[in-house]
Structures are given as C-alpha cells and as structure tokens.
Design a protein around this ligand. Sequence first.
Ligand code: IMP
Ligand code: MG
Length: 187
Amino acid sequence: MILAEHVDHVLIDQDRLQARVAELAAEISHDYAEVDDLLLVCVLKGAVMFLSDLSRHLEVPHAIDFMAISSYGASTQSSGIVRILMDLETSIMDRHVLVVEDIIDSGRTLDYITRNLGTRGPASLKICSLLDKRARRVIPIPVDYIGFEIPDEFVIGYGLDFAEFYRNLPFIGVLKPEFYADVDGHG
Ligand code: IMP
Ligand code: MG
C-alpha cells in the first residue's frame, strides 16, 4: 500500500509550503525582535511538522511547549465541545505566547485555547495557523499569522491527518473520496 496513491490532488506542494513557513518565520522574528521570553505553544498533533520547521527558521530565542486538545464529535467537523488532553508543562504567566496551530476551521478549537490560555496571565497571546478555511468559520478568531487560505476541502499531510494517517506527507493534499469513511478525522 503506497500512501501517495491515496491523494487525489496536491493543494500546496512542498516547495510552496517550505517557502511560506520561512516567510512566516521572518515576519515573526521581526515582530518579536525585542522579546526574550517567547514561547511557542504547539497544538498536538496536527501542528507538529509546522512547529518544527517554523522553529528552525526563527531567528529569535524561544522555548516550545505542547498542548493536546480533543474536540468531541464525529466526522470531519468539530463539535465545539473541546477538552484538554495534555496541558502545558510550563507556566505562561508574564510570557509572550504564540499558539501554533495547523488549521482553523470553525474556530472553536482556537477560541477555546485562547480563552483558556488568556486566563493564565500571559504578557501577550497571538495565533499562528498554517492554514485557514475561512469559509467555514463559526466563531470569529483574530489570527495574527496565516500561512495559506484554503478552500472548503478536507486536507491531509504536513501534520494533518485523516483517522491518524497521512501526517507524514510533505505536502498538503486532498484525499481521494474512496478513502473517506465517516470516522473522526480530527486531531
Ligand atoms: P475547528 O475547531 O473547527 O477550528 O477545527 C480545528 C481542528 O480540526 C484542527 O486543529 C484540525 O485538527 C481539525 N481539522 C479541521 N479541518 C481539517 C482538515 O481539513 N484536515 C484535517 N484536520 C482538520
Ligand atoms: Mg489541530
């Protein structure tokens, strides 16, 4: 079984992806040039590839921490009921926090995360999402850095999964319809 044969088409190829991550890192490095306690909060698992590439391009000192979130619900939509599966190891009190996420869909996950982290007294709190499916937004979220706006299609690769597979693909692609089943594709 060859993974690439499951891909209907590539939406963002590896070169475009890498070039844009480098651009975002340059922008973030510029904006945080005066900050010496930047913390990148990676939302597991989808943002792992993005975080690791972004972090390697950043020119400012920063720490990284991880948080795992689950949204209850079936299918390729999130329910809006969100809970923390794994919390940060470190305190964010008085620190500059940049949440690194793979994709914003309805906005419910990031709404929950930013409201939750906001209660912990960060010096600042911003959001960086690789992908933005703006057409599907239910809750408006102010996003500070966005890699790509994408159409309303379910995408996989570069950290994004369908039923936990395809995260390793080095590009963002769309799955062939025959590989979809009505199972939870989130995370
Ligand atoms: P939201 O809470 O509706 O904004 O959903 C955000 C989460 O749903 C993301 O962090 C992803 O884990 C997942 N998600 C949304 N759209 C996709 C997609 O097209 N492919 C893979 N995962 C997705
Ligand atoms: Mg995610």
